[in-house]
Write a protein that binds this ligand. Sequence first.
Ligand code: CP
Length: 315
Amino acid sequence: MAWTKKDLLDLEYLTAEEITTILDTARSFYEVSTRTIKKVPALRGKTVVNLFYEASTRTRASFEIAEKRLSADVLNVNVSVSSVTKGETLLDTVKNLCAYKIDVIVIRHSVSGSPLYLARNIEASVINAGDGAHEHPTQALLDIYTLRERLGELKGRQIAIVGDIAHSRVARSNIWGLTKLGAKVTVVAPPTLVPRDIERMGVAVSHRLDEAIARADAVNMLRIQREREKQTLFPSLREYSKLFGLDEEKIKDLPEGMLVMHPGPINRGVEISGAVADGPHSVILEQVTNGLAVRMAVLFLVAGGTSLHPESLGT
Ligand code: CP
């Protein structure tokens, strides 16, 4: 199907067909990064601005590399030394950047809804690189891409998402995306880390990691987001790790093909042991590699690319 949206703000309001279009487009772009010359002219003449108000390693690096591999002109705004420190508002900052006739802005912000607010107020395309506890659509798309590459069709597949569901934009985007593609999602956490009424999103809830992983095709381990907690939600990290952390003992009897995922950054020894993160079930670095292809696809589609002509993907 042809892509029609100006922005990528969330997975809640994408259809299964739109998600599949992004994943299929990403598959075409994956190959570009295996070439000797890892660059195509698909976004030549377009200007992309990366505006990150929160810390990031993977998402920021991945977007920048994706933009450069598509031949876009790239500006990374360092918020900590920008006029944001003098009190400039988000909209003023972005409107000033738009005065340079930029085409796409990639934004990460601690306030949920910031990308939507910008998208309604500027002509440039907006890509949400994570907004508060709301959504992180490109992370979920790369998670789903990885699952689809490994498991094939996701309809009926059992996916467990484990950890700090309450504060996780990754969990929310994964839930929207996976359920639209027909996967069965179980969220696994202590009761204090599960939002009330989450079943309305079409997921099952479990407070037993052993039961949930026994039937899972894949388990996505989330970081405890202490920076977003307003009160202590469990007695200690040690106890959390014992009950909800994934270690070799807990997965020793599981099938070889059961996938262990993590969006990063990892807190080794808390939600996942080093041995599991680096072990044979882990696809964590594969997720990172796939993220590049997914972000190339998203940038290409929102910037107006409609089909993958040979000349746009030529060497
Ligand atoms: N997964 C993720 O968003 O990682 P970063 O915070 O490093 O971008």
